[in-house]
Design a protein around this ligand. Sequence first.
Ligand SMILES: *[C@@H]1O[C@H](CO)[C@@H](O)[C@H](O)[C@H]1NC(C)=O
Ligand SMILES: *[C@@H]1O[C@H](CO)[C@@H](O)[C@H](O)[C@H]1NC(C)=O
Ligand SMILES: *[C@@H]1O[C@H](CO)[C@@H](O)[C@H](O)[C@H]1NC(C)=O
Ligand SMILES: *[C@@H]1O[C@H](CO)[C@@H](O)[C@H](O)[C@H]1NC(C)=O
Length: 385
Amino acid sequence: MANQSHYAKLPTAAVSRRGPQQCLSSYGNFSNFLDVFRLPMFSNPRIRKYCVKLVLICVLCTVLITSFCSEILNLRNPGIYLNRLVATSNKRNTRTYQLTTQFKLDLLKGDLTMLENSGNAHNESNKEERRLPSCIIFGVSKCGTRAVLEYLKLHPDIVAPNVEINYFNNKSLQARGLSWYLQQMPYSRPGQITAEKSPDYFQHHECAKMIYGCNRDTKLLLLLRDPVVRLVSQYMQLVDKRPTLPAFEDWVINNRTREINMDIPSVAVSVYSRHLSHWLKVFPRRQFHIIESESLKKSPLQEMTQVERFLHLRPFYSSEDFYFNSSRGFYCVRMRATGKTKCMGKSKGREHIAVKKEVVEQLYRFYQPYNKELNDLLNMKFSWS
Ligand SMILES: *[C@@H]1O[C@H](CO)[C@@H](O)[C@H](O)[C@H]1NC(C)=O
Ligand SMILES: *[C@@H]1O[C@H](CO)[C@@H](O)[C@H](O)[C@H]1NC(C)=O
Ligand SMILES: *[C@@H]1O[C@H](CO)[C@@H](O)[C@H](O)[C@H]1NC(C)=O
Ligand SMILES: *[C@@H]1O[C@H](CO)[C@@H](O)[C@H](O)[C@H]1NC(C)=O
């Protein structure tokens, strides 16, 4: 209690009587925010200079912090980041952009396996590491893509995963990041080509830009087949999984209009020109190699020699790699190193169901204009067109 006397007596009554308005008015009239700068301290040019500097630094910091935060937000969804990267890839140098993205993604995801693998890069005698594919078999389903992959893998300079990755057509896989995709690739040495096969990329047009964003030099292998034969083959695969599927004729023809039903995805896939035109907008024609399925089936050596040339591989394939299995009716492969043989699974190369003649004719009439479009697009002629 005695301490209280040490405190100076504040003129509380006086302040409250004059009010805050009158207090401030001794420094001028503050009706406007900018009037702050009329305070006497701002009349000093040095203080004014420091204030300007302070404001500039604040603005700079805000810009930096905002852009950093937005980077972090983007990185939390690599799928979105990749897509945005692809959207800008036409304007920027894709390669440098790709490297930094890859680096950031892996940092953020704490993908230690990736770092472990990159340690291999320092082993000069054997630089085995996973590499993103530089060759993709991107279509078309039921055209012999599995066979081409098996034939490709015979070549000592080609490595490829055994399964379809289906990365670029699947958002939930893209959300796992490009590093996940990389992890699906087998190890390869420098000079070896990593290949991938996912024939469903073909009808998912967004894949083209994403693949371009990953590697604009990607070589693209495309297998094409008579569109009607392909459709029947796909129907047989579908009906194996779903026995309740209507008969082929009822499936492809719209009951109401009696027209071919374009809403059926498998029918639409065979409209090759419509899909390929999107890919040709992204990649130059010289990066595509087209293989006709029938020709691959009849003379695999000749077709694979052309693929070899297209990929700039050293000549390897010879007649000893392929042999005709007359009971199966197609070629099988023989591994040179082990002498082991390998034929496609039972589901491959089987007999097709009989389809009503009118429906077959209607289908050919339906695909005819698109086949013509395809010929013009590729400046090629196919056995079915
Ligand atoms: C490099 O690779 C070779 C061949 O696989 C291996 O024998 C060697 O131990 C490796 N060296 C190092 C430092 O990892
Ligand atoms: C995408 O990949 C996930 C994970 O493998 C799978 O469960 C899903 O069915 C795929 N989605 C499509 C549309 O294929
Ligand atoms: C179409 O019509 C036929 C007979 O007119 C019928 O048997 C078939 O189930 C119908 N298909 C569909 C998908 O409605
Ligand atoms: C040819 O195909 C038949 C039927 O699948 C199989 O049993 C046989 O082992 C094959 N022959 C060779 C030499 O691969």
